[in-house]
Ligand binder design. Structure first.
Ligand code: UDP
Length: 405
């Protein structure tokens, strides 16, 4: 993978622009720190982005903080509390969180010009800032619009020690005394999950799952999680099926560390008994080619979430030129403009109505998909994400100035 390989997708100009921006940062060292090298959207993006930044000449090093199981239990609680889920975090747990950050601060190499911390786990490393004095930025991937206020009050003291904070959406952010940047996540068009696939590969995946192409395919790909509302998807499909023949794919993974997913999957299986046109697929991790092929084989992609962070499945489907019907929640509303590049819905009935509308009006579905692809190209690709980060890094050296290219 090389940065020049993106030129046929986004054009030579935007790739050249990345090179110009990168040159302005030459000599600067970026130190990225998060809590995991693999698993989850953050690690997925960093694994693709760090080599590209280095290729562009921005020396970028990526390190992961260490911690024992107790530490990660606490950080998971912090994550949930920032999302607004009620949890109890004791003073001892807060002490352990800070203690772990202190140990990491002593043992990790925090040198570099810009220290770029992702998410709350390594947040308190910033205490080291006054000693080493480089620029510090906190990247928050969580929707913190309605956090546990006591916890936020505590974390906020650390957040405000940074030079800047980055959120995915204006609605995810809190009021802060430091500069805030709004940068949405991205997908990589050259990854296995998003690259072009041959008809042969798509057909072989359909064959593997015993899916025929004789009826339109409606698909939702998501972890089996109640917040993704798989039962609502089945109910919407059932309403459609009375009048328009189609088939439904519900595909997703379960995880041993998520007992709820196993429960949800078995509920889903119970609900679909007797309908051979509903395919419930338990995917392995990773299943990038399978996800890619199922998205590409679909007539319509659904994302009927009750709550959503950003909704990368929506980005992936839009990039593939698919008409997407998704709930008007979280980051989905940043991606879909209703009736222009997809359809936003709020209920089972509304979703069923939208499915029927698209199945019966192919030209309309095609137009939404076309606009979706163009939107994804302009806004949702990793190259735009890199550009935003480069501008963010530059702005740290030019506060209150316009950066000229
Ligand atoms: N995904 C996957 N396998 C699955 C379910 C989901 O690879 O069984 C991928 C999906 O393609 C997307 C990501 O996991 O890239 C899910 O991100 P999203 O933001 O949609 O939801 P989250 O799971 O983070 O709530």
């Amino acid at each position: 993978m090389s940065i020049n390989e993106y030129a046929p997708i986004i054009g030579k100009g935007p790739v050249e622009e990345l090179k110009i921006l990168a040159e302005k940062l030459s000599g600067k060292i970026i130190k990225i720190i998060n809590s995991t090298q693999m698993g989850g959207g953050v690690a997925e993006i960093l694994n693709r982005m760090v080599p590209l930044l280095n290729e562009l000449g921005v020396l970028t090093k990526w390190e992961v903080i260490s911690g024992n199981a107790d530490f990660f239990v606490i950080t998971k609680k912090i994550h949930n509390a920032l999302h607004g889920t009620p949890v109890t975090i004791t003073d001892d747990e807060i002490d352990l969180f800070l203690q772990n950050n202190k140990i990491n601060a002593e043992t990790m190499d925090l040198s570099g010009d810009i220290v770029f911390i992702h998410d709350p786990q390594p947040l308190a490393l910033v205490e080291k800032k006054k000693e080493i004095g480089n620029k510090w930025t906190w990247r928050c991937h969580i929707d913190t619009h309605a956090p546990d206020w006591k916890l936020w009050g505590f974390l906020r003291k650390y957040v405000e020690m940074y030079d800047a904070a980055v959120f995915s959406s204006p609605s995810f952010a809190q009021t802060l005394s430091i500069n805030k940047f709004l940068i949405t996540p991205s997908i990589d068009p050259l990854s296995l999950k998003n690259q072009e696939l041959s008809k042969k590969t798509i057909d072989s995946v359909l064959k593997k799952f015993d899916i025929k192409k004789n009826k339109p395919i409606i698909t939702q790909i998501s972890r089996f999680d109640r917040l993704k509302d798989p039962i609502g998807v089945i109910e919407a499909y059932n309403l459609v099926k009375h009048s328009v023949d189609c088939q439904l794919i519900l595909a997703g993974g379960t995880a041993i560390d998520d007992p709820e997913s196993i429960e949800v999957l078995s509920e889903v299986r119970e609900r679909v008994v007797g309908d051979p046109d509903i395919h419930v697929l338990e995917l392995e991790t990773p299943a990038d080619i399978e996800v890619n092929a199922l998205q590409r084989a679909s007539t319509i992609i659904l994302q009927k979430s009750i709550r959503e962070g950003f909704g990368l499945t929506v980005s992936e489907a839009m990039w593939k030129g698919k008409p997407v019907i998704a709930s008007a929640v979280g980051g989905i509303t940043l991606q879909i403009t209703h009736d222009y590049n997809g359809l936003l819905t709020r209920t089972v009935e509304g979703t069923a109505y939208a499915i029927k509308e698209l199945l019966c009006n192919k030209g309309y579905a095609k137009r939404l998909g076309k606009n979706a692809k163009e939107f994804a190209k302009q806004n949702l690709l990793i190259t735009r994400h890199i550009r935003d980060y480069l501008l963010l890094f530059l702005s740290l050296y030019h506060p209150e100035e316009i950066v000229h290219l």
